[in-house]
Design a protein around this ligand. Sequence first.
Ligand code: PMP
Length: 396
Amino acid sequence: MTPTPDRLIADRARAIDVSGIRRVFELGASLKNPINLSIGQPDFPVPERIKAAARDAIDADRNGYTLTTGMPELRARASESLKTDLGWEIATGDTGLLITTGTSGALTLAMLSLLGPGDEIIVPDPYFVAYGPMATVAGGRAVPCDTYATGFRMTAESVAPLITERTKAVLFNSPSNPAGVVANQDECRAMLELCRERGVVLISDEIYDEFTFSDFTTSHASGDPSIARCPSPAREPGAEDTVLLVRGFGKTYGVTGWRMGYCAGPTWLIDEMAKIQQYTFVCAPSIAQAGCAAAFDVDMRPIVESYRVRRDRVLSTLGPHTEIETPGGAFYAFPKVPERLGLTGTQFVERCIERGVLVIPGGVFSDRDTHFRLSFASPDEQLDRGLAILAELLAG
Ligand code: PMP
């Protein structure tokens, strides 16, 4: 009997769809010279010392498996950063910290460790596209928390009524994808207090933490006013008992293809995640781990500042024509398609594509299709041309 998908493909695979972002890329592929404002990765070259560390690792034949929990030198650098940035004490040895295959690896392992059939994880809406499918594949369900009325801020007040006895975790994402919104420290504290009170894990997806613009940062654990960082629930005293902190290297250093991230938090959760990593990913890529160990010495502030300047150009060009929340970080903006145009997000994006500009309809990131996402991680000249066309289309 010939194998047929009808009988063989599992329900969890059928339950998810291909990413809507991929569909936009396919549409864009038909354009000759698109102005591409859809890309979710930085446009700067990888800092030389990171590339050199990865090359050195290959030359030194460090090509084998690493420990499941990560290479000791990278673990040491990540622990040191968690200590200086957040005041977290990561025990030496294998507990409390896990090096993962991208932040996606950390999020997947967390969901596999926490969610069983019928279990729920609360996620912001709009959301990073993978949150829902990851929860489904893990056997659970993502429950969207509508953030449109609160300027894309997922607040403790809006999450509280969604928590049920099936809720295992709340997924918090700041700076956010797709809106670039940054929570302030009071909002982070309230979310942590809620999760503690209700006994659920607070997963803090901080993949864009380094990309927090100077007007949205908070003070560093050391109290040194010259060092400003992203507000985070992980900055609150004792947060390690409730917060699974997820950070990455891909966006921060322009190495998205290296598939590198890490997470830290309750040891009982990290231990389960490490066990599943052992039988699935095995370890994060060894060469990329060696390269990323050098990343902690690289100062990205000049680049982050250049992105802030681009952010301001987005606001000044599109702001007069539509509602647009000020991005405090990441490299995205999520403007509304003005109601007077009578278009859905998808219909508006079709018009943009006709004019050669590639952006992504809000419906890809949300249960609503009323906005669109643009990425300002693109060269200045492209960004300016794209913004001029978008402003014209938004003005009607
Ligand atoms: N979280 C968010 C909010 C993201 O935007 C992305 C990537 N676009 C990820 C996680 C996954 O990142 P990685 O490439 O490190 O798996």
